[in-house]
Design a protein around this ligand. Structure first.
Ligand code: HEC
Length: 105
C-alpha cells in the first residue's frame, strides 16, 4: 500500500513538469531573442535605446510587472511602439519568456 502511494506521487510529479512554463527555458529564449536590446537583466541596452530613440523601461520595473501575462504576450507577439513583433517564437517560447520576465522583478 505504502509503495503504491509512493509510485503514484512520483508519477504525478513527473507528469506535472511539462505543464509548468519554464523560466530556465525562458532565459534561453531571452538570451537569444531579447537580450541584445533588453540587456541580460532586462534593464534595457542604453545604446539600443538611444539608437531607436526610445526610452526602454526595465522589464523588472513596477510598470512592466504590473501588466498581465496576456498583456506581455501580446507585446511580444504583436509588438509595441518601437518594438517589432517577435514572430519567430512558438507559443511555448512566449510562455517561457514571460515566466522568465517574472523572475526579474
Ligand atoms: C530590436 C530590439 C528589441 C528586441 C529584439 C526585443 N525588444 Fe522588447 N522592446 C524594445 C523596445 C525599443 C521597447 C520599447 C518600445 C516602446 O515603448 O516604443 C520594447 C518593449 C518591450 C516590452 C514592453 C515594456 C514596457 O515598457 O511596457 C516588453 C514586455 C518587451 N519589450 C519584451 C521583449 C521580449 C520578451 C523580447 C524577446 C522575445 C523582446 N522584447 C525583444 C526592443 C526590443
Amino acid at each position: 500500500m505504502k509503495r503504491h502511494i509512493l509510485s503514484g506521487t512520483l508519477l504525478l510529479a513527473v507528469s506535472m513538469v511539462p505543464a509548468i512554463a519554464g523560466p530556465s527555458e525562458g532565459k534561453e529564449v531571452f538570451d537569444k531573442s531579447c537580450k541584445a536590446c533588453h540587456g541580460a537583466e532586462g534593464q534595457g541596452n542604453p545604446g539600443m535605446a538611444k539608437m531607436m530613440k526610445v526610452e526602454m523601461r526595465a522589464l523588472g520595473s513596477k510598470e512592466v510587472q504590473a501588466q498581465s501575462d496576456a498583456d506581455l504576450k501580446k507585446i511580444i507577439t504583436q509588438g509595441k511602439g518601437k518594438m517589432k513583433a517577435q514572430s519567430s517564437l512558438s507559443a511555448k517560447q512566449v510562455d517561457d519568456v514571460v515566466a522568465f520576465i517574472r523572475t526579474l522583478k
